[in-house]
Design a protein around this ligand. Structure first.
Ligand code: ADQ
Length: 508
């Protein structure tokens, strides 16, 4: 698709972090570096194509010696849009980001309530920081701008914008799952969070299941709010206002991944990787895992399942290798540092037990790798092993399909990743908690005949190509901002043509 139909006005993206982060070079000079993570990966190509304004925190406490405006102006060249920083104090970062967002909303919304720390002080900071973001948005926007707020850090921005007097439409997208009612009620501030979400004109979720969970919470907790429509987009009547509630599975720039996967640079790198896997006639099967360091990604569970494969299927020893990339993330939080130590230990145990002089079961890379390397690995891998305990979408799963230009890879995917709703028929779905099942599926994937692998991967690629990131942004913005509805099919038709298939396969 690769075009955005509906962007006639300036788009303002509001996210907790900017896609450019500030860092201090050894010389003491401040410079910018690209940020990482799913949100940036998804939104950056849109802004590159379309331009606009991106508002967020630049990842460091802003000090006078930084000349932040100048640094951000410089970054425009690489990103194609302008930036406005929301300065946060160190105390705010702790309470808002590490506290309320990462110690409460993140685990709770990923069904991991036992990991929550409901510290009362976090809520106040969260609310204040959301107000601060809203003030920056209010000062830097005009009535024709399309304001689009992202993710769980900034749920309150819409409500704060209303308090400031903003009357134009504001949209919101949640990149992580939305929990079922029973779990949501555990949140001491569940009513405030629910009401804050209802201040937007459109609230978007990754899957039909997340949308349903939200609608269930609205129906149970806000008796005076009526929600109509069970289709892709429902409407809630809140104080005479219509709030649209929809599911919009996020995606990737398919063409960019596919094109890069066929470049000479990637070709060369794939050949190098394959040399290390043995001769053409006796090549080891390469499994690949790519995950941000996070307990939701289920890395220890995956390693346990891989060990179980080696234990229970001795014929696969020396025949398979796992490359596990773990991208450092949230390393200033003790739980994340502990997780890294657990992973380090598990990899070393498994390698210690099974490695031979001419074979290592797990190649473990703990760092961010560059694009060429990542895409070469996607292309070279026979099997992608993507087993989060719960995930909003998981873009890695889609990137693997896009880069698998030889169309012979197998996608093993957790049934709890949002991506499973779209890819369930042709990926091999697993319950990441079921160690033996994952091990069995790894063995089955290794034995899968080429014709079957091709058939599945061709369908997977077709789906990811069809529902790419441009279609995602188009369908989302069209629901909330389209004034000239005649330029588009009527809403119901649009939904039917674009998403009937998704709906029928939606995970419930
Ligand atoms: P994340 O939890 O960050 O995103 P994911 O969707 O897998 O997870 O996206 C990770 C992104 O980081 C991918 O685009 C990938 O290419 C990139 N990346 C991975 N490994 C890398 C490496 N070694 N070096 C550089 N880049 C790397 C959150 C939610 C997800 C949701 C996304 C988008 O948690 O569920 O899919 O937002 O909505």
């Amino acid at each position: 698709m690769n075009t955005i139909n509906y962007l006639k006005n300036r788009l303002i993206i509001v996210s907790s972090r900017l896609p450019v982060l500030l860092e201090q070079a050894a010389t003491g000079r401040w410079q910018t570096k690209p940020g990482s993570g799913g949100l940036v990966a998804a939104i950056a190509p849109i802004m590159k194509k379309q331009g606009g304004l991106w508002i967020g925190w630049p990842g460091k406490t802003v000090t006078e010696d930084m000349d932040i405006e100048n640094l951000l102006r410089g970054a425009k060249r690489d990103f194609g849009c302008t930036f406005k920083a929301v300065p946060l104090t160190a105390k705010e970062v702790v309470g808002f980001c590490y506290g309320f967002a990462n110690e409460i909303l993140w685990p709770l919304f990923h069904d991991l309530q036992s990991r929550c720390y409901f510290a009362p002080g976090y809520w106040k900071v969260y609310r204040n920081v959301n107000r601060k973001f809203a003030e920056v948005v209010y000062r830097n926007s005009g009535e024709n701008d399309h304001i689009w707020v992202h993710d769980y850090h900034l749920i309150g921005v819409g409500r704060e914008l209303r308090h400031l007097g903003l009357t134009s439409k504001v949209a919101y997208f949640l990149h992580i799952p939305f929990p079922p009612l029973d779990l949501f009620l555990k949140l001491p501030w569940c009513f405030q969070i629910l009401n804050a979400l209802l201040a937007y004109d459109l609230v978007g979720f990754q899957t039909q299941r997340d949308k349903r969970n939200f609608v269930q919470c609205v129906r149970a907790m806000s008796k005076d709010v009526l929600v109509r429509g069970e289709e892709k987009v429902s409407t809630a009547k809140v104080d005479q206002r219509d709030v649209r509630i929809g599911n919009f599975p996020i995606s990737i720039d398919f063409d960019e991944f596919a094109l890069m996967a066929e470049s000479t640079k990637v070709d060369r790198r794939v050949a190098e990787i394959q040399v290390n896997l043995g001769s053409e006639t006796n090549r080891r099967t390469l499994l690949l895992g790519v995950d941000r360091l996070d307990y939701i990604k289920g890395i220890p569970e995956k390693l346990t399942a891989f060990r179980n494969t080696l234990q229970r299927f001795p014929r696969l020893r020396k025949k398979i290798s796992l490359i596990q990339i773990v991208v450092p993330s949230r390393m200033n939080i003790p739980k994340y540092r502990d997780l890294k130590l657990d992973i380090d230990r598990m990899v070393s145990d498994i390698n210690g037990k099974y490695a031979q002089t001419d074979w290592v079961p797990i190649h473990y890379i703990f760092r961010s790798v560059d694009r060429t390397e990542l895409i070469a690995l996607y292309r070279a891998a026979d099997i992608a092993l993507i087993t989060p305990l719960k995930d909003g979408m998981n873009l890695v799963a889609k990137e693997y399909c896009a880069a698998n230009v030889t169309e012979n890879g197998v996608l093993i995917l957790s049934e709890f990743a949002g991506a499973a709703a779209q890819l369930r028929a042709d990926a091999l779905l697993v319950n990441p908690y079921d160690i033996e099942e994952v091990a069995d599926i790894i063995a089955a994937a290794c034995d899968m005949p080429l014709a079957e692998r091709r058939r599945r991967m061709q369908i997977l690629r077709k789906k990811v190509r069809k529902y790419d990131i441009y279609r995602w942004v188009d369908s989302f913005l069209n629901v909330v901002f389209a004034r000239d509805q005649t330029a588009f099919p009527p809403l119901e038709d649009y939904i039917t043509s674009g998403s009937r298939k998704l709906l029928s396969q939606a995970y419930v």
